[in-house]
Write a protein that binds this ligand. Structure first.
Ligand SMILES: *Cc1c(COP(=O)(O)O)cnc(C)c1O
Length: 390
């Protein structure tokens, strides 16, 4: 009996529904341009907002760390895998984030799986935005707390739920920047509700780190909420250019997570080259706001140009630029035609976004030149006209 036959059926179903994801392979480093299938294409897909993923300063820091510390940490951090550079990264990151302490994980996904079940459990209640990231949803499920979902970015909907009496601890959790629309959580209102109803607040700022706030310090800095957000989760894998996740908050929060967070206790930590590259990033951001400023200038330029052409770029407040096309098949066709014009920009459809709002999700970076952006605008114009969208 072929016990894995269901896999063929599942895959066939995905292909028939047009939901099968063809994964493109890059033949070299991340950058403004990438090589795919032997061709150079303008890269509008990566979360490498500041271009740090192949920055020579990070590469050099990683190389030096490999020579001094090797490439593997050797054990989970609680047993023998915490090196001086792990502590240095956590210290520098805390200073950058303006929190008492930070704890670094293998990824942002792991940071959520680690943190939520440590904060709440059976008998407690989580209040979760309807569009929260998959890693938050999975962290909530792992915790076995009751999950109440409020309407996206809607403090009234959240308050309605908070008014219902519940036993145990309460945790409000939200993305900082929502990755498909580029809108920002109403954190000041959420914090006020949390204070009024005695709930903890956790914000996952994966798309805000290196993007929002002074020098890219993130959403808490953007809204001047330092000291009023209990838990900030961040990623080192997007704007910060390397890989990893972290929690920033009070010293007691970090001390507690070191004892209780399961991905910290049972999975090996970041490698020395990763850690060193992350330290280099934090030093670069601490020293200069220039890359962050350039990112925003590029985003404004691109959005303005696309708007002038008549494209619908949604309600984005950040460099994430959705170009709404409508039906998923049309968005996929739009993406294919862009690629024929050497522009690599992925289409995103249901169920990741609601039906009828399929889009090209454009990720602007600080390392795109003006010429790159205008090249992309021209490709969007040409394909938009070809397909009768403009
Ligand atoms: C990308 C993302 C993550 C995952 O971060 P990784 O470091 O890639 O694991 C977590 N949360 C949100 C909101 C994200 O957008």
């Amino acid at each position: 009996m072929d016990t894995l036959r269901f896999i063929d059926e599942e895959l066939e179903g995905l292909r028939e529904a047009g939901l099968y994801n063809e994964i493109r392979v890059l033949e070299g480093a991340q950058g403004a341009w990438v090589r795919i299938g032997g061709r150079k294409a303008l890269n509008l897909c990566s979360n490498n907002y500041l271009g740090l993923a192949s920055d020579r300063r990070l590469v050099e820091a990683a190389r030096r760390a490999a020579e001094e510390y090797g490439v593997g940490p050797g054990a989970v951090r609680t047993i023998a895998g915490t090196m001086t550079i792990h502590k240095e990264l956590e210290r520098k990151l805390a200073a950058f984030k303006r929190t008492e302490a930070t704890l670094v994980f293998q990824s942002g996904f792991n940071a959520n799986l680690a943190t939520i079940p440590a904060l709440v459990g059976k008998g407690d209640t989580i209040y979760s935005d309807a569009l929260n990231h998959a890693s938050i949803i999975d962290g909530c499920r792992l915790s076995r707390a009751e999950i109440k979902v409020y309407e996206h970015n809607d403090p009234d909907s959240l308050e309605k739920l908070l008014r219902q009496e519940v036993p145990g601890r309460k945790l409000i959790v939200t993305d900082g920047v929502f990755s498909m629309d580029g809108d920002i959580a109403p954190l000041p209102e959420i914090v006020e509700l949390a204070e009024r109803y005695g709930a903890m607040v956790m914000v996952d700022d994966a798309h805000g780190e290196g993007v929002l706030g002074s020098h890219g310090r993130g959403i808490v800095d953007h809204f001047h909420l330092h000291g009023r957000v209990d838990v900030e989760v961040g990623t080192l894998s997007k704007a910060l250019g390397c890989v990893g996740g972290f929690v920033a908050g009070s010293a007691r929060l970090v001390e507690y997570l070191e004892q209780r967070a399961r991905p910290f206790l049972f999975s090996t930590g970041l490698t020395p080259p990763d850690v060193a590259a992350n330290i280099a990033t934090v030093e670069i951001l601490e020293a200069s706001d220039e890359l962050v400023q350039r990112l925003w200038e590029n985003a404004r330029h691109f959005k303005t140009k696309l708007g002038e052409l008549g494209f619908d770029t949604g309600k984005s407040q950040t460099p994430i630029t959705p170009v709404i096309i409508g039906e998923a098949a049309r968005a996929a066709e739009f993406s294919r035609r862009l690629f024929e014009r050497d522009v690599f920009a992925q289409s995103i459809g249901f169920p990741t976004v609601p039906r009828g709002t399929a889009r090209i999700r454009v990720m602007i970076s600080a390392i795109h030149s003006r010429e790159d952006l205008d090249f992309a605008v021209e490709a969007f114009r040409a394909v938009g006209e070809e397909m009768g969208i403009l």
